[in-house]
Design a binder for this molecule. Structure first.
Ligand code: SF4
Length: 444
């Protein structure tokens, strides 16, 4: 039986730095599938982020822990006062776990230990790849801006499971981003089911962050996110963008370097007939000319997309139109899947299903064409100087990603024998080799 998400109550005491810790822990908990609730009664467990700066703050922390124990019983303590464990356990020996400040992973581990929950990964509804859920490193973080979707794509069950679009207020998103960046996050991965529809449900409501108006709207949010961070702006990467006309307005922000020149647009198909059967938002007819214009405005734009091959009713001609589309669009990064029915999706009832072996043949042909495109595109990067964010360092060297590569789904940049980098560093490198997916480079 499917386990429902455990509910966590969270109390954040203390200074803005403690609040930053709280933001990061909350983000980690939510990314790992835990639900955050506002009352002791609704919570399965309570996390108290304490302050130990002055005696009054210590007293408030101890009183709050006592209140949480009385009203809930399962309490995890973190934050400044937890730096000396006995300060807490001498008064409240029944707390489940104590950690000091900035102990994000420890808190997550303690929650998982006392309230185990393995979020079941469902490729049909989850936005974050499973690897990302388990181990979101500190230097990048997923930033969810809305839940649900107003579309009704025929192969998709998200609207029936998650309901219509509900956008988070822009000030809340920006505050979370600010907290993440303050705690060392260098790259924000903006996710939702339909990022370009952000705010439409709120009629683009104006919110206020630090006294400044921020509209609950994609463009305004991007502008605000680009300004988060005191010394260095984070990399802001947009996922699940649909090619609505207003997306055109985002491209200049990419060429100005405010957000990453990267668009993840799930086109799904290239034949108008199939897109109609899929009930996809946006029109494919003028997509190619828009892509061309986007690239004229922002020459280093990376477009990533996903496609479904073998959708019911897809004829040889439709498939050829799909191949023509990817050939002309020259997309940088492409993932593709053969169509498979998802329980509860309307597309299951469509006529003329494609035979499995035809689907597989088409997928192979599709991927072979894309491999050629990708190999040629990456080869053109050899000799160029690019920025790379370091994801891993070991005795053999460092592995990072360029602005064109989202974590887990795109390519890597290998910096062989460069062991002197730290995870999260952003370094300039010169590319000297490439293959179908990845690049090899050395510090410029
Ligand atoms: S846009 Fe379509 S595929 Fe995406 S979540 Fe909405 S209904 Fe599903």
């Amino acid at each position: 039986m499917k386990q429902t998400a455990p509910k966590i109550g969270f109390i954040s005491l203390g200074c803005p730095k403690a609040l930053v810790d709280s933001e990061l822990i909350l983000t980690e908990l939510k990314t790992n599938g835990y639900e955050i609730v506002p009352t002791y009664q609704d919570a399965d467990m309570v996390v108290v982020n304490t302050c130990g700066f002055i005696d009054a703050a210590k007293k408030e922390s101890l009183d709050t822990i006592g209140e949480a124990l009385n009203n809930n019983g399962k309490v995890i303590v973190t934050g400044c006062m937890g730096a000396t464990e006995s300060d807490i356990t001498d008064v409240h020996p029944s707390v489940l776990d104590v950690s000091g400040p900035h102990a994000y992973e420890h808190v997550l581990g303690a929650v998982k230990q006392h309230l185990p929950y393995e979020k079941e990964y469902n490729p049909h509804i989850d936005l974050v790849p499973p690897q990302g859920i388990k181990l979101t490193p500190r230097h990048y973080a997923y930033l969810k801006i809305s839940e649900g979707c107003n579309h009704r794509c025929s192969f998709c069950i998200i609207p029936s499971m998650r309901g219509d679009l509900v956008s988070r207020p822009a000030n809340e998103v920006v505050a979370e981003a600010q907290g993440l960046v303050a705690s060392g996050v260098k790259e924000l991965l903006v996710i939702s089911q339909d990022t370009s529809a952000y705010g439409v449900d709120t009629k683009y409501r104006t919110t206020f962050h630090n006294g400044q108006p921020v509209k609950t709207k994609m463009l305004d949010l991007c502008e605000a996110l680009s300004q988060v961070g005191d010394d260095q702006s984070p990399w802001v990467r947009l996922h699940y963008v649909y090619p609505y006309p207003h997306v055109d307005n985002i491209i200049p922000m990419m060429s100005e370097g405010k957000i990453l020149p990267y668009l993840d647009i799930p086109f799904q198909h290239g034949a108008p007939k199939i897109l109609k059967a899929m009930k996809r938002p946006g029109s494919i007819n003028n997509t190619l000319s828009r892509i061309k214009k986007w690239r004229e405005t922002c020459s280093d734009l990376t477009i990533r997309s996903t496609f479904i091959v073998g959708f019911p009713g897809e004829t040889d001609d439709d498939f050829k139109q799909l191949l023509d589309f990817i050939d002309q669009a020259q997309l940088d990064r492409v993932g593709a899947f053969t169509y498979s029915p998802v329980e509860g999706a309307p597309a299951n009832n469509l006529a003329n299903p494609v035979a499995d072996e035809v689907k597989e043949e088409r997928l192979a042909e599709f991927m072979a064409l894309q491999a050629e495109i990708s190999t040629a595109k990456l080869a053109r990067k050899v000799g160029s100087t690019i920025d790379v964010i370091i994801d891993e360092v070991d005795n053999d060297g460092a592995i990072g990603r360029s602005k064109a590569d989202a974590p887990e789904i795109d390519g890597l940049v290998y910096l062989n024998e460069e062991t002197n980098h730290s995870v999260g560093d952003i370094v300039q490198v010169k590319v000297h080799a490439s293959d179908e997916h990845d690049l090899w480079a050395n510090k410029a």
